[in-house]
Write a protein that binds this ligand. Structure first.
Ligand code: ADP
Length: 474
């Protein structure tokens, strides 16, 4: 069976396919997914454009009901979908099921937001005139998603897009189309009207590029690499599309002398290595003050060495495989670079098995100027950077072109509150990993990490709606 695109309420198959492989076991083929082209995008945009006005004009109750039903369907299939997620992406089954439940929560949240889309009534400065400020749907939105959160990221873009009356053309990453395809099926079952949601699968260079350039697309929400995101942002500016970009991170976790050592090590292990380090919020720079540095490094090294790397579907596994050979090759290049730059590399060995298994790696003795401390690696690797004191730690934490998430481990209220104020990041974590966020509050970064309005929670309304000011004289 070939998995089909979902266009205008129909399942449409292409002869060309992308093969979805389980990174834990490369002999296990998850499925063959239709590989679309520009013409498929054109069909999907035409369907979306035709369906969008009625969807926006429909009662918010209808949009609520579709999203709530989608949420319930995801919840009822959480084990199966979580398993599919882990099989196609490689994060552990617990993480896969957790991410699936996150998608369900996001749909439930935005079911409510569809009904809470309030505006303002304002007294005009001119007597006898009423002024209202209301939010309307933007139109047809192109969603371009990455492989590392195959169900949560599609969900947190799709749910607000639909809640506020937009139509959608979505293109998932080629490595992980399975969860996006299941979401299409779920929206179909949930009664999403024909053409409101469309799924076109295939390469970024063709399908993605056509979505970005298509005149029938009003806005693009993208999550992925910095290089691709920056290219898309420029293209959108030249065609007048609104954009929301979530790109990379090089997130600092500061560990101060007064930190609880066990909390700091557990926080670093989770932030740096869970989900195989394949998170834009991963703690990839561990910035440690001199008094606790040696004890922290020693404990971190042994905790990392004890992590169980293996098949994502094995209940004992703590770190699943790297997503594919290309990413593994890139990781190995950074590992070599870390040695060449003078780090004491601990771990990072390839682990045996039929998948892309790699042990977590610690780059001890790193400086913040090294390439391995400046570029996003997207693997289970972290620099440990020794600094004299809190002030230097803060300066090093902010010395990066990124600004997504920043964490600190400390028992001092003074350091915690100073760091909250001065960290140049969209999200700050105190005694918590830089990764791991809630769904009802804004997600996004500063500097090179993000561009455009925030995602998630009620702040998502900023991007997925457009304001209209009306003046009414009786
Ligand atoms: P990664 O390296 O993590 O896969 P990418 O930025 O390459 O990140 O991919 C993120 C998403 O953007 C994927 O769905 C990919 O297919 C898509 N994409 C890649 N190149 C382009 C492009 N030129 N235009 C539009 N989408 C693209």
């Amino acid at each position: 069976m070939t998995y089909a695109h979902y266009i205008a309420g129909e399942w449409v198959t292409d002869d060309a396919v992308s093969i979805n492989i389980n990174p834990s076991n490369i002999d296990d083929i998850v499925g063959e997914f239709s590989r679309g082209d520009a013409a498929r995008v054109d069909e999907a945009v035409a369907a979306a454009n035709a369906a969008q006005p009625d969807w926006a004009a429909a009662s918010p109750q209808l949009r609520h009901d579709v999203l709530e039903k989608a949420s319930n369907l995801i919840t009822s299939r959480k084990d199966e979908l979580g398993r599919l997620l882990s099989r196609e992406e490689g994060k552990t089954l617990a993480e896969g099921i957790g991410e699936t439940m996150r998608a369900a929560q996001v749909f439930k949240f935005f079911a409510g937001e569809a009904i809470r889309n309030v505006g303002d009534a304002v007294a005009s400065i001119r007597p006898g005139i009423d002024v209202t400020v209301e939010r309307e749907a933007v139109g047809t939105i192109g969603l371009i998603t990455p492989w590392n959160f195959p169900i949560a990221i599609p969900a947190w873009k799709l749910a607000p897009a639909l809640a506020y009356g937009n139509a959608v053309v979505m293109k998932p990453a080629e490595l992980t189309p399975g969860c996006a395809w299941e979401l299409a099926k779920i929206l179909h079952e949930a009664g999403c009207p024909t053409g409101v949601f469309n799924l076109v699968m295939g390469p970024g260079s063709t399908v993605g590029a056509r979505i970005v350039e298509h005149p029938g697309i009003d806005a693009i929400s993208f999550t992925g690499s910095v290089a691709t995101g920056n290219t898309i942002a420029v293209q959108c500016a030249s065609t007048g599309k609104r954009v929301q970009m979530e790109m990379g991170g090089k997130n600092p976790l500061v560990v101060v002398d007064d930190a609880d050592l066990d909390v700091a090590v557990a926080t670093a292990i989770n932030g740096a290595f869970f989900s195989t380090g394949q998170r834009c919020t991963a703690s990839s720079r561990l910035i440690v003050t001199a008094g606790i540095h040696d004890a922290f490094l020693e404990k971190l090294t042994s905790a990392a060495a004890n992590l169980i790397v293996g098949d994502a579907l094995d209940a004992a596994t703590q770190i699943g495989p790297v997503v594919d050979q290309k990413q593994l090759d890139q990781n190995l290049r950074y590992l070599k670079l870390a040695s060449n730059e003078g780090c004491d590399v601990r771990g990072g060995e390839l682990a045996n098995g039929p998948g892309f298994f790699m042990k977590p790696a610690i780059f001890a003795g790193a400086t913040n100027q090294m390439t391995v401390s400046r570029e996003e690696i997207f693997g289970p690797m972290a620099s440990v950077i020794k600094v004299a004191d809190y002030d230097e730690a803060l300066a090093v934490a902010n010395d990066t072109e990124f600004g997504l998430s920043a964490g600190i481990c400390t028992t001092s209220l003074r350091y915690a509150s100073d760091f909250r104020k001065k960290a140049q990041a969209g999200m700050v974590m105190v005694n918590l990993p830089t990764a791991g966020v809630d769904y009802h509050v804004p997600f996004g970064g500063r500097k090179g990490s993000s561009y455009g309005p925030r995602e998630q929670g009620s702040y998502a309304r900023e991007f997925y709606t457009i304001v209209k000011t009306s003046y009414i004289a009786p």
